[in-house]
Design a protein around this ligand. Structure first.
Ligand SMILES: Nc1ncnc2c1ncn2[C@@H]1O[C@H](COP(=O)(O)OP(=O)(O)OP(=O)(O)O)[C@@H](O)[C@H]1O
Length: 278
């Protein structure tokens, strides 16, 4: 059998109980292995709801009426929760609520899922140090999780989500409480993640343009645009209320554009635009 390496969403519509209007309306999308997908949109546009669906939290934990279909790497939640859940690493809003509450130390929290999976002790220790290094938590390994700052708790939630090397990583605004340096380190880490499908809700448009392969724009529950960052940000509609990336704003002022007429949205495109103008 050929392995399905796609993530496919077909005509997805969701309604929370007691609500008349759907929160997601007829969403269609297809993503291929290894892509970083940035999900953007203004408040209440449905970004968190889409993350909950992709993570299987809807319908497994939060109930909602669902029409349409979605499958990731050939699996659906209805095929079995264990296998679906094992495939995903998830960081939802309020990461503190996601921690086990059982671990004495940051190291134990990161190790929690690995212990549950029956990984050998030596391998667990190695992996804990690896992800703690990636998330800048190496000096916090022996601290109690509840003693961490908001930004550190977000890093810990990410560390626990990536510890078991999930094929799909779903993160809902994972840097909202990080300081600027923490945010930069996070996006530098994300830039070098390979062979993982990443979905990230973020308002950090500039960073997203550096690391994102694809951007999805949600507006009132509809997917109003999807494509490469350069395509999407060059065609923003005013009612989406999404600002253009800083580089694009600068390039518009300078009237620096690329050979195809678009304005650059990231460092690499800015260099290219300079080349076109020299
Ligand atoms: N459990 C729920 N029950 C009923 N309605 C809900 C529930 N969760 C979210 N909603 C509603 O669904 C809509 C979409 O919310 P969602 O949180 O997905 O948007 P969002 O784009 O993530 O917003 P934000 O950027 O403010 O976090 C909103 O109108 C919200 O009030």
């Amino acid at each position: 059998m050929v392995e399905d390496k796609r993530i496919v969403i077909e005509n997805l519509t969701t309604r929370y109980p007691g609500t008349e209007q759907p929160q997601l309306r007829q969403i269609n999308a297809e993503v291929h292995t290894g892509q970083v997908v940035g999900i953007i949109g203004n408040s209440h546009s449905g970004k968190s709801t889409l993350c909950r669906v992709l993570a299987g939290v809807i319908p497994k934990i939060v109930s909602a009426e669902i029409e349409g279909d979605w499958h990731m790497l050939g699996r659906r939640v209805s095929d079995g929760w264990r296998a679906y859940n094992a495939m995903t690493g998830v960081v939802l809003q309020n990461p503190a609520g996601q921690l086990s509450g059982l671990a004495d130390t940051v190291a134990d929290e990161i190790a929690f899922d690995l212990i549950n999976q029956g990984m050998a002790e030596g391998l667990i220790q190695k992996r804990v140090v690896e992800v703690a290094t990636q998330m800048g938590l190496i000096e916090q390994l022996n601290l109690r999780p509840e003693s961490l700052s908001g930004g550190q708790i977000q890093r810990l939630a990410i560390a626990t989500a990536i510890a078991a090397n999930p094929a799909v990583l779903i993160m809902d605004d994972p840097t909202s409480e990080m300081d600027p340096l923490g945010r930069r380190q996070f996006f530098q880490w994300l830039a070098q993640v390979k062979e993982t499908n990443v979905f990230i809700v973020t308002s950090e448009i500039d960073d997203l343009c550096e690391v994102g392969d694809v951007v999805w724009v949600l507006n009132e529950g509809q997917m109003v645009a999807q494509g490469r960052p350069g395509e999407v940000f060059n065609h923003l509609a005013a009612d989406w209320q999404i600002p253009a990336p800083t580089i694009q704003q600068l390039a518009q002022k300078m009237d620096w554009h690329l050979a195809d007429g678009r304005y650059p949205v990231n460092d690499a495109e800015l260099k290219e635009a300079r080349y076109v103008h020299n």
